[in-house]
Each structure stands twice: as C-alpha cells, then as structure tokens.
Write a new protein. Structure first.
Length: 397
C-alpha cells in the first residue's frame, strides 16, 4: 500500500483531534439519552413527509433562508408563546442542527479563553465540553431541590470578579435539569434573574426538556420573566420527536444571533427535515408528546422501584416529575468512575457524576437515563447493576 499523506504540518493551530467515534451500547444502556425506538411516531412522520412534499417539495431546488424554514419558525414561535409564555415571533427564532449547535455557537460568540461560564454544579456534558473547548473557565454553582442557590450564585460572581475574571453568562437547564432532574421553582428563577441582573450578566436558558412533564405544575420560562433581552433561549425537537432529526432553535436578541451566526457552518438547516417537522407540528405532535410522557412516567416509576428493590437505604435518588434522568447518590467515597468501563463491559452503562462536574468531583453519583430501555429491561438492568457493584466490592448489594 502507498504511504499515506501526512497532514501534521498543515493543521491549523486551533484544530483539535476530536474524531467522531461510534457510540457503543451496553446491553442495559442507562448512559445516553435516547428515546425508545419503538416510541417514534414513524407513521405520522412518513405522512408528514408525503403531504409536505406534495405541496412544497419542489422548493428543495433552492437554498432555504439562512434562519431556516419560515413556516417552522412561525410554528416554533407560536409554541413558545403558548407553552413557555414567550413574547416572540418567527423573526426572533433561528433553526439550528439540534440545540447542541445553538449552544455551541452562542458559547463561541460569548467566550474568550479564560472567561468564566457559570453552570449548575452538575451540567450536561455536551455543553461542558463545548465550554471547555472554547477556553471557558467553567464554574459550578451549588444547587438544591429548588434549583440554583441564589446566595451561592451571588458570592461566586463577586469572588470571580474580585479575582479580575470576566463572568460572561450563566447557563442553566431549568426544566428537568440534566443530570440532576429538578425543575427550578418560579421563586428561584426570579431570584436568579435578580442576582445576575445586579451583576449585569446574561442568562442562557437551555429548555430542551420543557415538554417532558409527566406530573406537577408547569413553571414559566426564564425568557418570559425578562423584558430586557438578557435571556438567550434554546430548545430542541430531539426530545419530543427524535435526536436523529437534528433540529433545534435559538431565540435571542438580534445582535446575539448575528454574532452567534458567524460561527454557524453549512448554511441553513435541512429543509427536508424542517418541512417534515412543520407538517408534523400541524398534526399529531401534541398527542405524541402525551403518549410519550405516559410511557416515560411508567419507566421512571420502574427505575425508582428497581432502585428501591436492589439498593439499601444508604443510596438515595431523585424522583423527577419529567425529563429522562434519575440522579443517584451513593455514600461518600464510593467510586463509580473507577469501575464505569468494567461495568460497561459486563453489560450496564451509566455516566458517573464527575463527568458532569466542572470541578471533576462527584464520582459517588450516577445518572441513569430511563428513556431508551423498556420497563422490563429497566428492572433487569438495575438488578444487574446491583449484582455487578456487589461482586466488584464497589458497593454491597
Ligand atoms: C441539556 C441539553 N441540551 C442540549 C442537548 C443537545 O440536544 P440536541 O442537540 O439533540 O438538541 C442535550 C442532549 O441530551 C441536553 O441534554
């Protein structure tokens, strides 16, 4: 075989080797946040493709407007007005490849290396990784079951500023927080807005789980509580249709969108997907969300019951009113990080707390996702996890 060309002297200084790997699945997969493939509304989506394309398919001959399909943006704006009390129109919404892209371009627009990005004390690792990639100094704020603790937020901002650091934004996942599971109360949201307002810092609201409520009262968005343009908002179709659709959205003041957009590559999002989703939104999506939430509630219950049957009282866990995750706390000193790979090889996957922590602490926690496995698989998998941890003397079952 011929020698392969060597690119070493050609890469740009900023490029990093982050080759896309294939995702490995354990037999009992509690790690990654997938929906149950059986729950996807395939028939309705196929019908949406057909009817959307009969009407507008020939428009695929053109590049769509940069912000993405105007009809889908209108439908998103309407949904946000109806369900999240947001005063927005289609012009305030831009479509992105999943909310992950929206999060990434906003981070790039706001972050210079060394700037401080504030997050909850444990935070979605996709965001954490993006913040780190662009050089943010990520600082976690302590939380309790009601959300971010405002006093801690205040003192962290004060401390960081006194050290000469520039605090750029607070990123928050206020609904069914990933990985912690709580929903921030209205009172806390107001306090968080007050504290960040006092220091003049934007709030970056990631609301991608807002639709996954199984029970309890809804809480309005941060965005709806502010009328000064200080809240930047992202949402997604990944959790209510499927991650493979790669469709999310960003709502932000014009100048923020303008700056963030300068980091978007590849032009507008897929018009094929946008047209399909727009059509589906006019049809069965609300019914699908209701059905999905009923199924997710049963899975949450199964996971909570299985944890109760297999782990003693020294292990505690959250019982979230929605979302996809149960957050489990093992006694101090238990190291779930050290054995994660071995446990995976034996058939059970999870993510341990240190992966979500800006400071790398928390290996006595695990996040268990109940979205993908069936109720039966959840029962079997949690029992298997307990057996493996017992056998490895990580935690006595
Ligand atoms: C809090 C949060 N934000 C953003 C994302 C990215 O989702 P997507 O890019 O598929 O919309 C996820 C995915 O799990 C998430 O949990």
């Amino acid at each position: 075989m011929a020698d392969q060309f060597n690119y070493d002297n050609f890469f740009s200084a900023g490029s990093q080797n982050s080759a896309p790997g294939s995702v490995r699945h354990a037999k009992y997969d509690f790690a990654v946040a997938y929906p149950d493939p059986e729950s996807l509304p395939l028939e309705d989506l196929i019908e949406s493709v057909r009817s959307g394309f009969e009407r507008e398919g020939r428009d695929l001959a053109y590049y769509s407007t940069a912000a993405g399909d105007p009809e889908l943006r209108r439908l998103v704006a309407e949904k946000l007005a109806r369900q999240r009390n947001m005063k927005v129109s289609a012009d305030d919404v831009v479509l992105t490849s999943g909310s992950g892209e929206a999060v990434g371009i906003v981070i790039q627009a706001l972050t210079d290396p060394g700037d401080v990005a504030l997050t909850e004390e444990f935070v979605y690792l996709g965001t954490l990784n993006q913040m780190r990639r662009y050089g943010a100094d990520v600082v976690g704020i302590r939380c309790d079951d009601d959300g971010i603790i405002p006093e801690d937020l205040d003192s962290v901002i004060t401390e960081q500023t006194a050290k000469g650091k520039k605090v750029k934004y607070l990123y928050t996942i206020p609904m069914f927080q990933n990985p912690l599971g709580w929903t921030m109360t209205l009172e806390r949201r107001k306090q968080v807005l007050e504290v960040t307002g006092k220091h003049g810092i934007p709030v970056f609201e990631d609301d991608c789980y807002a639709d996954l409520r199984f029970e309890g009262e809804d809480v309005t968005s941060f965005h709806s509580l502010d009328d000064t343009g200080r809240v930047i908002y992202v949402g997604s179709f990944s959790k209510i249709i499927a991650p493979g659709m790669r469709m999310g959205y960003l709502v932000a003041p014009k100048e923020v969108i303008g700056r963030a957009w300068s980091f978007k590559s590849g032009g507008a999002v897929s018009q094929f997907t946008a047209l399909t989703i727009a059509e589906y939104m006019k049809g069965g999506i609300d019914r699908h969300i209701e059905e999905q939430n009923r199924a997710l509630a049963a899975k949450r219950d199964a996971m909570v019951a299985a944890l109760g049957e297999n782990f003693g009282s020294s292990v505690t866990w959250t019982v979230p009113q929605g979302g996809l995750y149960v957050w489990v706390k093992f006694p101090e000193g238990t190291d779930l990080a050290a054995v994660q790979e071995e446990v995976f090889d034996e058939g059970v996957s999870y993510y341990n707390g240190s992966q979500f922590s800006p400071s790398g602490e928390g290996s006595n926690f695990v996040r268990l996702c109940f979205g993908h496995p069936s109720v039966t698989t959840i029962h079997e998998g949690i029992a298997e996890l307990a057996r493996i941890l017992d056998r490895k003397k990580v935690f006595p079952g």
